[in-house]
Design a protein around this ligand. Structure first.
Ligand SMILES: *Cc1c(COP(=O)(O)O)cnc(C)c1O
Length: 228
């Protein structure tokens, strides 16, 4: 990560490592926390809830938990009390329910909007393919973002995306650059603040950092390959 920052003259402190611990044991997470990792990401609600309780009880310093996987609206109730940041908000319906449960708990909830910039049908996220050329996509996206930023006590802190897997470097770079310019456009035209850009995984985090990522979500490069 530091080497990637150096290539584009960024200060490494601008990029936060989120260790994606899905499929890994609590012991492995505690070990990673002891080695200094402060942010962890999980992609399944039930798996995350169980592990969070155990890990939180065993670490010396509190860690921050990120939900990075698709959350069904009916599970919003369980995400709110367990996770600190929901990176994968992909619908107005989910955002509305998260806001409702956060309000009941009287806490602010940090969220990010997942944007499907690559346009792959297999990916979750707000439709963002070609957002800068396609007026309809843009209109829908802008409307959703406008609605979501008014949902107290949610605090929308940024955008998240996933690049296509095994694509050419140029294609991956383009997806990340398009998320960054989307952030810029939204910030400017809606006068909102979106400080975070979550992009980059084991295969493509150097490109993501070069394109402005402030959070990278790394699983395999830290914990090793996952069992299928
Ligand atoms: C699994 C996962 C990651 C990490 O992927 P690796 O290839 O293991 O680094 C990052 N983001 C999301 C949303 C994931 O589901």
């Amino acid at each position: 990560m530091a080497a990637s920052c150096a290539r584009v003259n960024r200060d490494p402190s601008e990029v936060t490592l989120v260790a994606v611990s899905k499929g890994k044991t609590e012991a492995a997470i505690v070990e990673a926390a002891a080695a200094g990792i402060q942010h962890f990401g999980e992609n399944r609600v039930e798996e995350g809830m169980q592990k969070i309780e155990t890990v939180n009880a065993s670490v010396d310093r509190p860690v921050t938990w990120h939900m990075v996987g698709h959350v069904q609206s009916r599970k919003a109730k369980h995400v709110v009390p367990n996770f600190d940041v929901i990176q994968s908000v992909d619908s107005l319906r989910l955002a509305t329910r998260l806001a409702r449960f956060a309000r009941l708990e009287e806490r602010e909830l940090r969220v990010m909007l997942e944007i499907n910039v690559s346009g792959e049908a297999s990916k979750y996220g707000f439709e963002g393919y070609n957002w800068y050329r396609n007026g309809e996509v843009r209109e829908r996206l802008w409307q959703d973002v406008r609605d979501i930023v008014t949902l107290s006590p949610l605090r929308v802190i940024g955008l998240m995306t996933m690049a296509p897997y095994n694509a050419e470097e140029e294609t991956i770079r383009e997806v990340f650059a398009e998320l960054r310019s989307l952030r810029q456009e939204l910030t400017r035209s809606l006068t909102i603040d979106l400080p975070e850009l979550s992009m980059g995984m084991t295969n493509d985090y150097p490109i993501a950092i070069e394109e402005g990522a402030t959070l990278v979500r790394i699983g395999r490069a830290i914990f090793g390959e996952r069992q299928a």
